[in-house]
Design a binder for this molecule. Structure first.
Ligand SMILES: C[S@@+](CC[C@H](N)C(=O)[O-])C[C@H]1O[C@@H](n2cnc3c(N)ncnc32)[C@H](O)[C@@H]1O
Length: 476
């Protein structure tokens, strides 16, 4: 029997992508903040990814944590062949890629981190059920499942708009709108204006489609299966498999953007029913997508001890500008400076506190000040102004004399794939730059690389380009 989902993945190549939100260094923090105890830290853990495609998400993690054990599963032969090749070229010995249908797959061992990204909403119902069964079966006692899915009611306009855009793209009389899904979406965004609530919503939906672009749309909004679910429903399916909701993978997403503080106050009584609260936040925010964390129902949980927990982690710049919060005094001002001096690195919180204590010139009271700082760090991380990670990220402050990419990134660059930076973000470079990146194998000084760049790309501001690579932790 034909299977349109399987046909799609055998006919079209899914783009190579890494997803920072699935990085175990961040998942560990989110789970620990939600009270999960004794969880395996990423540097000594077992990680499984279902539907891993060509391994672009899993491979950089395997390279970062050589003592951990990684398994990727996908039913696309081509994707798994590419993943194995990259693993070989990257010199990785701790990652295994298996070809198989997750509907019938039996894991050979439990795992501490289970990543299921870009699967659940895009597979038939019986596979959805199997995904959740696997989450219930494969987690170790303190394991975490990280699973992404589309949510209602936010997704509903996208769901209703997609078939109409598809029809317009296919109809010759509508050629003036561009003739492709992406160009029809762009035309509709332009034509809709913003004079009514519907126009504003439609414009946002169409712009988001344009942003995703033609490489991703056939696998996402325009995939043969593209479903959405109410959070409450998803939670109840997970609970039937013995899973407990921990929170969102991205700390910041526990409270979606744009909710009025006064509204949050009125919702405070709903804290007694966290699932209803989350469902109501989806209703108010119109969020279309979640990446949620679940653990086993019998996993050891404790109530928040913010200070002790924050002290276990490393901290660096977040996704948004660090907000200024009420009651910030000298202590926080000094900490902010210490953090700014760390540049793009992510540094253990204890170390930053020691640097703060030194600058506070004798006035440091360990109990009070570390508690105040930890509370502030926690709040700033929840707002996205800081990134908390299980381990540090060291970014050189100067461009190295012999800038060198990792073996894995050299392989990606040589094959025209995006390289993946120290924070697990995929970096896309213009066509042709791959050869320049691939020249960074440690044998050429920055002066020699500048000559290569000058010959091939005379327009390129090479010094800036190289600084950018260094700041992202790509060149060491
Ligand atoms: C949208 S891609 C997501 C890839 C990756 N996880 C990501 O988020 O970038 C979905 C992947 O799941 C795989 N897949 C879909 N159904 C599957 C099944 N029943 N068994 C195994 N792999 C499956 C596809 O081959 C494809 O590589």
């Amino acid at each position: 029997m034909s299977d349109p989902v399987r046909d799609l993945y055998s006919e079209k190549r899914y783009p190579a992508l890494s997803h920072p939100v699935t990085d175990p260094a961040r998942l560990a923090v989110a789970a620990r903040m939600a009270g999960l105890q004794r969880l395996a830290m990423p540097e000594a853990s077992r990680v499984i990814e279902l539907g891993c495609a060509s391994g672009h998400n899993l491979l950089p993690l395997a390279a970062r944590y050589p003592q951990s054990d990684f398994t990727g599963l996908d039913y696309s032969d081509t994707a798994i062949r590419n993943a194995r090749k990259a693993s070989y070229e990257g010199g990785l010995e701790n990652v295994l890629f298996e070809t198989g249908d997750l509907e019938h797959w039996r894991p050979s061992h439990p795992c501490d981190y289970l990543i299921v990204h870009g699967i659940f909403s895009w597979v038939p119902d019986q596979v959805k059920a199997r995904v959740l069964d696997l989450c219930g079966q494969v987690l170790s006692e303190t394991g975490i499942a990280c699973i992404s899915y589309n949510t209602l009611p936010g997704w509903s306009l996208k769901r209703d708009v997609a078939p109409l855009i598809r029809a317009l793209a296919a109809n010759p009389v509508a050629q003036g709108l561009g003739g492709s899904i992406e160009s029809v979406a762009a035309s509709l965004a332009e034509m809709s204006g913003s004079s009514t609530p519907h126009a504003i919503n439609l414009q946002a939906v169409c712009r988001e489609m344009v942003r995703k672009g033609q490489d991703v749309l056939p696998f996402d909004d325009f995939a043969p299966v593209c479903d959405a679910v109410y959070f409450g429903q998803f939670h109840s399916w997970a609970a039937q498999r013995g899973l407990r909701y921990l929170g969102e993978a991205n700390l910041r997403d526990n409270l979606p953007d744009g909710i009025d503080p006064a509204a949050l106050q009125r919702l405070a009584p709903l804290a007694e029913d966290p699932i209803l609260l989350q469902q109501t936040l989806d209703l108010l925010s119109g969020r279309t997508h979640r990446v949620s964390l679940f653990c086993r129902k019998d996993a050891p949980l404790e109530d928040g001890t913010t200070t002790a927990v924050v002290l276990q982690f490393a901290v660096g710049r977040g996704d948004v500008e660090l907000p200024s919060m009420a009651g910030e005094g000298l202590l926080i001002a000094i900490f902010r400076q210490v953090l700014a001096d760390a540049g793009n690195s992510c540094v253990p919180v204890r170390e930053l506190m020691e640097r703060t204590a030194e600058r506070l010139a004798g006035g440091w009271d360990p109990a009070t000040h570390s508690r105040e700082l930890a509370g502030w760090i926690y709040q700033a991380a929840r707002l996205g102004g800081l990134e908390l990670r299980a381990d540090g990220v060291e970014i050189p402050s100067e461009v190295p004399e012999y800038p060198t990419l990792s073996k894995l990134n050299l392989h990606f660059a040589a094959n025209g794939l995006p390289v993946v930076d120290a924070r697990h973000v995929s970096c896309h470079f213009p066509a042709g730059h791959g050869r320049l990146l691939a020249a960074m194998d440690g044998t050429r000084s920055k002066g020699e690389l500048a000559s290569v760049a000058q010959a091939r790309f005379p327009e390129l501001d090479f010094a800036r380009w190289l600084r950018h690579l260094t700041e992202r932790g790509l060149a060491f």
